[in-house]
Design a protein. Structure first.
Length: 280
């Protein structure tokens, strides 16, 4: 039972497509998640979700149901625009995994055992080496690359259990990583599980980050699309407008539901006798 995730979701007050998304700023998110990692029982699974991932929830009910049990952090300008449309204000912070995970590892002062799963072997090994340079007081253990039997990962799970991890970082792409963690990673395997997509590619240096100026302008998505146009152009050129269309549709339908419920719950009060007679 995901005890802590249920508690953690209570901190999320802003919904996109009825999925709660954490609306904490950077400092509050670091403090909050550090506390969750320190709990002696239960488990929190953290997912970083962008506009593309949110569109997936509309056609993948299993993925959506899993996100409802996880602590979801907002990633990218699409979520910001959606929040402004649906709730009148953008999210306080862009808590994307590429920036947040290294910052969180630095923020945690107590040494932790951190396991890594996903990516190509040379990529995850280089990512672990760079994490060790970044936060040398933690112990980083490469559990496996991403090329293993996803349906019957008995040996891998035995290794996860043997390593007695505090934190497990899984980078296998969405929604595979969320589904796999949900079905195979138990609370006694790690108190905190981070599903991070392509993080290992960035940390290892295999895929370059956008220049800092481009990131500050919130245009990293455009930089990534220029780096991998064949893979990403549909996601951004077509996906973001489609996502915003569904956000507008969702807001309109939600308003209709609220007004309908208000009308059904209203009670017609009789006029006082003297008023009703005067009105005749």
């Amino acid at each position: 039972m995901n005890l802590i995730a249920n508690f953690a979701v209570l901190a999320s007050r802003r919904t996109i497509f009825d999925v709660p998304v954490c609306d904490l700023g950077w400092d509050d998110a670091l403090v909050f998640i550090n506390e969750l990692a320190s709990f002696p029982v239960g488990q929190t699974v953290i997912s970083f979700v962008n506009a593309h991932n949110m569109l997936m929830t509309l056609r993948d009910s299993e993925y959506r149901d899993i996100l409802l049990q996880n602590l979801v952090l907002p990633d990218g300008i699409g979520l910001n625009i959606a929040s402004k449309i649906a709730h009148g204000a953008p999210f306080p912070a862009n808590l994307n995994g590429t920036d947040f995970v290294p910052a969180f590892l630095t923020y945690m002062e107590n040494p932790r055992r951190v396991g890594l799963i996903g990516g190509r072997r040379e990529v995850v090994e280089r990512a672990a080496a760079n994490f060790r340079k970044h936060a040398p007081w933690h112990e980083f253990i490469v559990i496996s690359d991403g090329y293993f039997d996803k349906e019957n990962p008995t040996e891998l799970i035995d290794e996860v259990e043997r390593q007695a991890l505090d934190i497990l970082i899984i980078g296998m792409g969405t929604p595979l990583q969320e589904k796999w963690a949900h079905h195979h990673i138990r609370p006694d395997h790690a108190r905190l599980v981070l599903t991070v997509g392509a993080l290992f590619d960035f940390i290892s240096g295999v895929v370059p980050r956008a220049p800092e100026t481009v990131r500050m302008m919130r245009l990293e998505w455009a930089y990534r699309m220029l780096q991998e146009p064949a893979r990403l152009w549909r996601r951004y050129v077509l996906g973001i407008p489609v996502f915003l269309f569904y956000v507008m549709q969702y807001r309109f339908n939600r308003r209709k539901r609220i007004l309908s419920q208000a009308g059904n719950n209203s009670v017609a009060l009789p006029l006082p006798q003297e008023q009703s007679e005067a009105g005749r």
